[in-house]
Design a protein around this ligand. Structure first.
Ligand SMILES: *Cc1c(COP(=O)(O)O)cnc(C)c1O
Length: 427
């Protein structure tokens, strides 16, 4: 792609962008000067779609009018409500509708999945994760290892970048799986790494892991709604994602989970069960004998919070209106490509972009380090915030910015880089 470095060009890109009108489907926070913020934080908390309030109000009014009968009445009865999300989730992650379910929260789902897919033995007891994993994932893995009576020092295998590098090289990951595979029970890696924005080759990792007899699961917190995936075709064992980042379903909203269909009828799997995973036909017979559904729904334990699911439904309808994840990804590559082009043109050596350049190795997010002019990165971050940019700061020294295709514009990218440039000036 070739770009031009000017405001006029950015505006022209917006005029020609078929997804530009989607911005009106969102509430854009305002800066103190009354203008729209340059919101580049959709990787952390996505903005509120305009239909969300309507969908929530509908459920509140159903509850007012119907009480318990809301479970079975109206356009979206609560009893099967999670099923209204299956098609949208399946499209996002490349799955069959029977392979996905909305339930719990992300870290809780990682635990539930490990109950089923981390079955350590004396010789095969390791979990492979990345060295700089999101802390919650690290804690979950560590505690599962301990729960099974193993020692994290021996059973937690960390893949690290090479000395002096930030990204994990595919060949190093493959070599580690080849070398250690016989002792690895579970490989659990991100689809998109939260700190660097690196996209992992999920298909190749799954294949390499399966060749060695390991189970392979992914944390898609930063991948769902960001990049295209084919979990079913790739044979991934399980995956979990939250819905409040690129999926715009509100803070702490219910998470998503994928379990490959080849596991659905496996009676030997361990599972922490609850009534919502029981066969629908006989669930309300209240019998003592647990009969799991033959779908990802078998892993549900409780009846879900409908208000949160309504927000997810609003988000999925918004994605659908935009033409689905393929259309979003197409714009995303242009938008993030434009942002990188501007950063390189305007700031050259003054900032470092950790995120890989190749299309297949990045999503919306770029992770930047700033350490020039003797100005601390954190100070630069505070300056851009004061000038109306919302990004986020990740310890120890990264500014993450994610122009997202649903509501960010090429003009947002242009104006952000101008603000960042000014913020790098010595005082
Ligand atoms: C955002 C994120 C989480 C958050 O976990 P919750 O259980 O939703 O609080 C966990 N892991 C990763 C990789 C994340 O990016």
């Amino acid at each position: 792609m070739t770009f031009e470095n000017s405001l006029a060009y950015a505006k022209k890109m917006d005029t020609n962008d078929p997804l530009a009108p989607m911005r009106e489907q969102f509430h854009i926070p305002k800066h103190s000067n009354g203008e729209d913020e340059i919101y580049l934080c959709g990787n952390s908390l996505g903005l509120q779609p305009s239909r969300t309030q309507e969908y929530l109000n509908y459920e509140l009014s159903q509850w007012q009018k119907l009480g318990v009968k809301g479970h079975f009445s109206g356009d979206f009865p609560w009893m099967p409500y999670h099923e209204f999300l299956s098609e949208g989730f399946a499209d996002l992650v490349g799955a069959k509708t029977s392979e996905v379910v909305a339930m719990n929260s992300l870290t809780a789902n990682l635990h539930f999945m490990m109950v089923s897919f981390y079955r350590p033995t004396a010789t095969r007891h390791k979990i492979l994760i990345e060295d700089h994993a999101f802390p919650s994932d690290h804690y979950a893995v560590e505690s599962q290892i301990r729960y099974h009576g193993f020692n994290p020092d021996e059973s937690m295998l960390l893949i690290k970048p090479r000395e002096g590098e930030e990204l994990i090289r595919d060949e190093d990951l493959m070599a580690l799986i080849e070398e250690e595979g016989d002792s690895i029970a579970l490989i659990m890696l991100p689809g998109v790494q939260y700190y660097t924005g690196q996209v992992f080759d999920m298909e190749a990792i799954t294949k390499a892991g399966h060749n060695k007899g390991c189970k392979v699961g992914f944390d898609l917190a930063h991948a769902a709604g960001n990049i295209t995936m084919s979990l079913h075709q790739w044979n991934v064992d399980f995956a979990c994602w939250c819905t409040y980042k690129y999926l715009n379903s509100g803070p702490g909203s219910v998470a998503g989970c994928f379990v490959h269909e080849r596991h659905h009828s496996d009676k030997s799997l361990n599972r922490f069960a609850g009534w919502w995973g029981h066969d629908k036909e006989t669930r309300f017979k209240m019998a003592n004998h647990f009969i799991p559904m033959e779908s990802a729904e078998a892993w549900q334990v409780s009846n879900p919070p409908i208000l949160s699911l309504a927000a997810i439904r609003a988000s999925l309808d918004t994605v659908k209106q935009a033409g689905g994840i393929k259309a979003l990804r197409e714009k995303s590559l242009q938008l993030t490509g434009f942002l990188r082009f501007l950063l390189e043109q305007e700031l050259g050596e003054d900032i470092n972009i950790l995120t890989p350049t190749e299309d297949k190795a990045h999503g919306s997010q770029l992770s930047l380090t700033v350490d020039t002019h003797g100005i601390d990165g954190k100070v630069v971050f505070e300056r851009i915030e004061a000038a109306g940019v919302t990004g986020d700061w990740r310890y120890p020294n990264v500014i993450r910015v994610a122009p997202v295709p649903l509501y960010n514009s090429f003009e947002d990218c242009y104006r952000f880089v101008q603000i960042l440039k000014q913020s790098l000036q010595p005082e």
